[in-house]
Every structure is written in structure tokens, then in C-alpha cells.
Design a protein around this ligand. Structure first.
Ligand code: IPD
Ligand code: CA
Length: 243
């Protein structure tokens, strides 16, 4: 395992009351942006720290230079770098790298999903009661409604367990390799899920909105699963009338 030293407070800035950014986020994004521009100058770039608004058209790299910043700041090693290659809003290839664990996930359309040279597949869990699910709190943090707490309460009583690891891109890769069976989050941004979408799809799973359609980049309602659980998870959202 790779060891990293804990950050000093001087390197942490607040984007909002509890929304953090570090020098590592900024330097990682600059490096990724420059390296991709040097190799593919004709392809656009949209990163979490770089702003921009129109990003679901044309050829584009969509990057989160550090997904799981709060974990990183607290010295919890669940964080990653996520980069997607997207054409007209459709992810064509994705890479996700978790430095502490030295785990590399990638996929490209028609080429399968891979984890450190090993082909990966979603789980075979067929019933919600046997499922380990992951979710995130971005809506609560941003004060947006509806938030995830009522649906979290529904799932905690129906699934085997629910978790909130704090890095959406990494957790979605865990759905792709069968560690998790499903995932949901409200108001999640494309840099958190675009790379993982193609990784999950190539691993045999699904990533959609809460009704089974394509994710709207603006509302960011993401439901991912091994495919077998998708209908059961969608039914929980339908019951809550939160679609
Ligand atoms: C956040 C993490 C978190 C998820 C949030 C994301 P960041 O990304 O992925 O798990 O719940 O929606 O914004 O801020 O650490 O890059
Ligand atoms: Ca980030």
C-alpha cells in the first residue's frame, strides 16, 4: 500500500460551509488538464475545480481530480481520481484510480471493465434483502430538496445494509466489481459518475436516473446497480414519489 502524509490545515480551503477543496484538488486538476490537452488538444475539458457550464455536447474529458476530498482531509484513504471521455453526453471510456490502495479501474465501450488487469463483473445478488448498498449525502450538504434521508430510511429497512463511503466515483467502481450491489445519490455531478458509468455498464450493470432513463446532467439523480436489482430499487423511489 502507498502511504500518504496527512494534510496540514493550511492546505484546506472552504468552497462552502462544509464543502472543502485542497491544494491537492487544484494541483491534480492542473496536471490532468495540461497532460490531456498536450495529448488531445482537439478534445474539450471540464473539471470540478475549473468551472464551465455547457458540458454535455461534443467531445469532452470530464474529470474529478480528487473525489472524496473530505475523506482525504480527514486522512481516510477512500478517495480517487476519476476521468471520463464523453461524446455528446455519453461516456465512451473511463478511468478511476485510488492512490492509497493502488487500485485502477477502467473501461472502454465494447472492451469490458477492468481492475488492475482483471476483467470485472457486477454481483449476482438478486434480492434487495441480500444487497449491500451505497449512497451519498450531497443533497443534504447543499441544502437541496428532496433530500436523500427518507429514501435512505426505506433502504435501510429493506436491504442487507447501506453505507456512505464518501467517494461516489470509487463506490460506483465497487458496484462494477461486485463489492456493492447498488448505489443511489441525488444531485451528483457528472465528474463523480461519468467515468464509473461506462465501467459499470461494461461490467454488466446499469447506471440510470431513478426511473431507468438517462441521467440528467443538471439534476444528477443517479441509480446504479448490478442490473438484477434495478427494478426493485426503482420501485422504492416510485413509492416515495420522488421521481
Ligand atoms: C463528493 C463525493 C461524495 C458524494 C458527493 C461528491 P468530492 O465529491 O463523491 O461521496 O456524496 O456527491 O460531491 O466533493 O469529494 O469531489
Ligand atoms: Ca472533487
Amino acid at each position: 500500500m502507498t502511504h500518504f502524509s496527512l494534510l496540514g490545515q493550511a492546505e484546506v480551503f472552504h468552497k462552502g460551509r462544509i464543502d472543502l477543496v485542497t491544494v491537492a484538488d487544484q494541483e491534480s486538476e492542473s496536471y490532468i488538464k495540461e497532460a490531456l490537452h498536450a495529448a488531445y488538444p482537439e478534445i474539450g475539458f471540464h473539471g470540478e475545480e475549473g468551472g464551465g457550464s455547457v458540458y454535455d455536447q461534443g467531445r469532452l474529458f470530464v474529470a474529478d481530480p480528487l473525489d472524496g476530498t473530505t475523506n482525504f482531509v480527514h486522512g481516510l484513504p477512500l478517495f480517487c481520481v476519476s476521468i471520463a471521455y464523453v461524446v455528446d453526453g455519453q461516456p465512451q471510456a473511463g478511468v478511476v484510480y485510488a492512490p492509497y490502495f493502488d487500485e485502477f479501474f477502467w473501461a472502454a465501450k465494447g472492451e469490458g471493465a477492468w481492475h488492475d488487469g482483471r476483467r470485472i463483473h457486477v454481483s449476482t445478488t438478486a434480492n434487495l434483502v441480500d444487497a449491500e448498498l451505497e449512497f451519498g449525502f450531497s443533497c443534504v450538504r447543499a441544502g437541496l430538496k428532496p433530500d436523500t434521508m427518507p429514501i435512505a430510511s426505506d433502504f435501510v429497512y429493506r436491504a442487507q445494509c447501506i453505507r456512505a463511503l464518501g467517494s461516489a466515483a470509487l463506490a460506483l467502481c465497487y458496484v462494477a466489481d461486485g463489492r456493492f450491489d447498488g448505489f443511489w445519490e441525488y444531485y451528483i455531478r457528472p465528474w463523480d459518475w461519468a467515468a464509473a458509468q461506462i465501467i459499470i455498464e461494461e461490467a454488466g450493470g446499469k447506471l440510470t436516473d431513478f426511473r431507468g432513463g438517462p441521467v440528467d446532467w443538471r439534476t444528477g439523480r443517479v441509480l446504479a446497480s448490478n442490473g438484477l436489482l434495478h427494478e426493485q430499487m426503482m420501485a422504492v423511489f416510485a413509492e416515495r414519489h420522488q421521481n
